[in-house]
Design a protein around this ligand. Structure first.
Ligand code: C2O
Ligand code: CU
Length: 480
């Protein structure tokens, strides 16, 4: 292909794509624009090499969403869908996403997990001004590397209104073979508008309260347990499932009845296949697993939460079996016994050699106390404050790093809740894998994350429980 021409794929309606309709594409010569400026990341340039441009439009609108068997809810959605439409590209293509904001508030979109250039990271006031009501913004970045990702609003608690969706970048050459694939999006849903967790100022002391958001259901691909999504397979197939946790605050244990899970990717990064019976998945986290369809029938797929709610559910059904659905109602045995994934057991593929850190940050994660004030606190309310070394963002020191250095973040969880910690713009090494979101469990003494400072700009590092994030458990990583 000529260096200056590339295929342009028109995707007028991502909703149709999400439902599996193939849309026509057409070719047209457009000049690749030279990439430049100080905000250029290290992996830009597919267009300049003669790549494919893949375009999507996301319309953001208040929408009345019908959740099967539950009713109609006022949500803010991407293209009227919950979760948002799946955005899918091939490794190395250029993504161009036109965002039209028809919400009554400003917004931004963060492309979670993709190490893009800083200006495209979608953090209001840090990488761009918020997209005003009525405004439009065009995000453009290379779809690289391949993996399962997500996108969501990065404006306060807005994702809790429904502004979340899956994003998939297909590999040129997957390291495992499969016959069929499905994306499984996990969501916790609120009936009304999100509120910081707290209580009125005069209602007692600042005791640490284990306050939970008032979710009314846990969904898989937008459907509750009593009206579950059915994933059809045929005997003998190898099925790839991309499990993506789009939830605001819920950590799940995921399993499938009658079928072990072979973990092939964590946060989109390939690992040596490992067989387990269940796996823990935190908000912002992703696991790709292979399931061998050799146990005909209808089986439960379930994600059991760390809250009082009944598990999220779906069904794995063999098209070529007429066995009854009965078993699909049970809970997978992997949720009560068997081998659960431990992140230390995974081995990443193509992992760069471990580096001695040039710089170490020692952080203690704490909080949960009710305090007046803070980033999201309405007047007259006590809300939960969450801290890193006693500091609640935005009143927190930035983490200053230099280009090219190896940085270690050593985390200790001194609080009574687990924290899924996420770094923007970089993968980090934890144990023998690369990830971008990893859980610091309550009783784990320490987790060490190592990353290469190779993507200049200002990036967030935060807990992906949105209530902890907006309660202060966040820092800025700033390149000097
Ligand atoms: Cu998915 Cu800053 O987050
Ligand atoms: Cu947290």
């Amino acid at each position: 292909m000529d260096r200056r021409s590339f295929i342009r794929t028109a995707l007028a309606d991502v909703g149709a794509l999400a439902m599996g309709t193939r849309l026509s594409s057409y070719t047209r010569g457009i000049q690749g624009r030279p990439q430049g400026g100080s905000d250029s990341g290290p992996i830009q340039g597919s267009l300049e090499r003669g790549g494919t441009l893949r375009e999507f439009t996301l319309n953001l609108e208040p929408t009345q969403l019908e959740i099967p068997a539950r009713g109609i809810f006022e949500k803010w959605l991407y293209n009227g869908q919950f979760p948002g439409p799946e955005i899918r590209a091939k490794e190395g293509e250029r993504l161009r996403l036109t965002v039209r904001n028809n919400l009554p508030e400003g917004t931004t979109i963060h492309w979670h997990g993709i190490p893009l250039r800083n200006a495209m990271d979608g953090v209001p006031d840090i990488t761009q001004p918020a997209i005003a009501p009525g405004g439009t913004f065009v995000y453009e970045f290379d779809a690289a590397p391949a993996g399962s990702f997500l996108y969501h609003s990065h404006f306060g608690l807005q994702p809790e209104r429904g502004l979340v969706g899956p994003l998939v970048v297909e590999e040129k050459k997957p390291h495992v073979e499969y016959d069929r694939e499905y994306t499984l999006s996990l969501n916790d849903v609120l009936a009304g508008a999100p509120m910081p967790l707290g209580r009125p100022m005069n209602a007692g002391s600042g005791m640490p309260g284990m306050l939970n958001p008032p979710y009314f259901a846990l969904l898989i691909n937008g459907r509750p347990p009593e009206a579950p999504t059915v994933f059809s397979v045929k005997t003998g197939e190898r099925v790839r499932l991309r499990v993506i946790n789009l939830s605001g605050a819920t950590i799940y244990r995921f399993a499938i009845g009658g079928h072990p899970l072979t973990v092939t990717h964590t946060d989109g990064r390939p690992v040596e296949p490992l067989r387990v019976d269940s796996l823990p998945i935190a908000p912002g986290g992703r696991y790709d697993v292979l399931v061998e369809a050799k146990n005909p029938g209808a089986w439960p797929i379930a994600a059991s939460p760390d809250s009082e709610l009944p598990p999220a559910r779906a069904v794995l059904r063999y098209m070529d079996s007429n066995e009854s659905q009965a078993r699909a109602g049970a809970l997978p045995e992997g949720l009560t016994g068997g081998r659960s994934l431990n992140i230390d057991d995974l081995r990443g593929l193509g992992l760069p050699p471990a580096q001695k850190p040039n710089h170490t940050f020692n952080f203690v994660l704490a909080g949960g106390e009710l305090k007046p004030g803070g980033m999201m606190s309405p007047a007259g309310m006590m809300t939960q404050e969450w801290t890193i070394n006693g500091q609640a963002y935005p009143n927190a020191d930035p983490m200053e790093v230099h280009m090219g250095e190896s940085v270690r973040i050593r985390l200790e969880n001194a609080s009574a809740m687990p924290h899924p910690m996420h770094l923007h713009g970089h993968f980090f090494r934890v144990g023998n894998v690369l990830k971008d979101t990893t859980i610091v469990w309550t009783h784990s003494k320490r987790v060490e994350l190592d990353f290469m400072a190779n993507n200049s700009g200002s990036w967030l590092f935060h807990c992906h429980n949105l209530y902890h994030m907006t309660g202060g458990m966040m820092r800025l990583v700033r390149y000097k």
